[in-house]
Write a protein that binds this ligand. Structure first.
Ligand code: ADE
Length: 247
């Protein structure tokens, strides 16, 4: 997968050299290309922002540098444009479902903004040529979209074939599709069986696969009820079995 990122802080993306994503890049599974937006601002100060029309606080990112930077990236393949993702707290929620959708794309283009965001005409212009999604990683406001892009690249990158060592790891995730869809993953344990007086639940040592699966589902349901009651309330009744309903 190719991923382009245009930002005034390309150095924010240093963590992409590390760990799982760093390895995926070394192995050629993920091809990340960083671009400096200011290279496309041509005044002496390399200005990328200006005051908002209509007044109000803060600054808005000017359309011209974005247009020039985007045209340059898009020129790499004029026949098949990337999916453009604009991080903004006003966007649609980034979910595991969206991460999976993006993981199936051959080419993504992220445009993290600083200040109050990008002049809306940029999204109108490119939205007429390709898919442009405005996406939020949560109901809080970051100082800029760079960290949101890191979050999305990590969530998408680990879903690419060959990135996770164990192919089953992504299958058991909270939010992953399947029987446990929309349930939070329950607690996990490893050796030793006893640590500072805390014991690993005996059932997990029993080797009884059916009973362990049942126990894990109970734990997932309880944790979801406690931490995310709205997820439990939204579950389709037919996705709950008789035992679930007794909990
Ligand atoms: N930029 C600032 N806050 C953001 C958020 N919550 N999600 C995506 N991009 C952002």
């Amino acid at each position: 997968m190719r991923v382009d990122v245009i930002s005034i802080f390309p150095e924010y993306f240093a963590p992409l050299d590390v760990s799982l994503i760093g390895k995926a890049r070394e192995r050629g599974i993920l091809d990340v290309r960083l671009h400096q937006l200011r290279d496309h601002a041509h005044d002496v100060h390399r200005t990328v922002d200006d005051t908002p029309y209509g007044g109000g606080p803060g600054m808005v990112m000017k359309p011209e540098p974005w247009g020039e930077a985007l045209d340059e990236v898009l020129a790499a393949d004029p026949t098949a444009p990337p999916r453009m993702i604009v991080p903004t707290p006003s966007g649609v929620p980034f979910t595991q479902k969206l991460a999976m959708e993006y993981a199936a794309e051959p080419w993504l283009l992220f445009t993290p903004a600083r200040y109050e965001g990008i002049d809306s005409r940029v999204m109108a212009e490119y939205g007429a040529r390709m898919r442009v999604d405005e996406v939020s990683i949560g109901d809080y406001v970051l100082a800029g979209g760079e960290v949101a892009v890191l979050v999305m690249i990590e969530a998408i990158g680990r879903l690419l074939p060959g990135v996770l060592g164990n192919v089953h790891s992504a299958v058991d995730d909270s939010f992953a599709p399947g029987a446990m869809e929309n349930l939070l993953e329950g607690p996990v344990y490893t050796k030793p069986p006893e640590w500072r007086g805390h014991e690993v639940p005996e059932i997990l040592l029993s080797g009884h696969h059916g009973r362990i699966a049942r126990w894990r589902r109970d734990q997932a349901l309880r944790r979801t009820a406690r931490n995310r009651p709205e997820l439990l309330a939204a579950l389709a009744p037919q996705s709950l079995d008789k035992h679930d309903r007794q909990l």
